[in-house]
Design a binder for this molecule. Structure first.
Ligand SMILES: Nc1ncnc2c1ncn2[C@@H]1O[C@H](COP(=O)(O)OP(=O)(O)O)[C@@H](O)[C@H]1O
Ligand SMILES: [Mg+2]
Length: 226
């Protein structure tokens, strides 16, 4: 098992009020899974993903990555888990504006201290996989939305994570472009054997999943195996 949550609970304190964003979620994903978690706005998707990616901490319960409880890790080890085991993609792409496509994809390897030759090989391989060979030297403002998201997807995979997490990856894209990016993710999931977890309110994304899970008011229900 790659990732597991046990009784995962998140309560936000908003002034006098408490918001129960996650209500005791038990979830598991295996190596090579492609899980789509679908739910309406405000159902707890981003909260759940932020806990899976160790960006935020639960009020109660546990996240385990490859069997290791995240809460037991010292902050240095937690930073390493984030850097080495998890690739993240967001709705707004979050590319570095002054870097080229090539450099954006390369960046996580610089942080990890990967040697130049290996970096170059890896970026070139990913540029092919996301079909951006010709756009390698362009800056983000010279790319379309779909191209930017392909850069973000390649960047998320460059350090060979065990887990690829995406929060509304098609949220800023039209439906044709969304299909293209989902096709690419599906192919990358097969080629890289990484566990993909995508949260979205877009029901059309469900058809790319091996498993569909629904989230509503901070609780998950899984669709029967198809
Ligand atoms: N930092 C926060 N403080 C207070 N309430 C929050 C915060 N973040 C999210 N919420 C609330 O938690 C619930 C779930 O939000 P979120 O996880 O962002 O849902 P989704 O991503 O499905 O739209 C919503 O009611 C939202 O308003
Ligand atoms: Mg959200």
């Amino acid at each position: 098992m790659i990732i597991e949550t046990r009784n995962l609970t998140k309560t936000y304190e908003a002034g006098q009020e408490q918001v129960h964003a996650l209500r005791g979620v038990d979830f598991q994903a295996d190596a090579g899974d492609f899980v789509v978690i679908n739910g309406p706005s405000g159902s707890g998707k981003t909260t759940f993903l932020n806990l899976l990616s160790c960006i935020d901490l639960p009020t109660q319960g546990e996240v385990l990555i490859e069997g290791q409880a995240v809460s037991q890790l010292a902050s240095g080890s937690l930073a390493e888990v984030r850097r080495d085991k998890i690739g993240l993609v967001f709705q707004a792409f979050n590319l570095i504006p002054v870097l080229s496509t090539f450099e954006n994809i390369e960046y996580p390897m610089l942080l990890k201290g990967v040697p130049p030759k290996e970096r170059k090989e890896k970026v070139n391989q990913l540029l092919e996989e996301v079909d951006l060979v010709k756009e390698g030297s362009r800056r983000p403002d010279q790319l379309s939305g779909g191209q930017k998201q392909r850069v973000a997807v390649a960047r998320a995979l460059v350090n060979d994570p065990v887990l690829f997490l995406a929060d509304e990856p098609t949220g800023n894209l039209d439906s044709k472009t969304s299909e293209r990016i989902m096709d690419i993710m599906k192919r990358l999931n097969q080629n890289h054997k990484v566990t993909f977890i995508v949260v979205t309110h877009n029901l059309e994304v469900n058809e790319y999943a091996k498993r569909v899970v629904y989230i509503r008011d901070g609780q998950l229900t899984e669709e029967q195996k198809r």
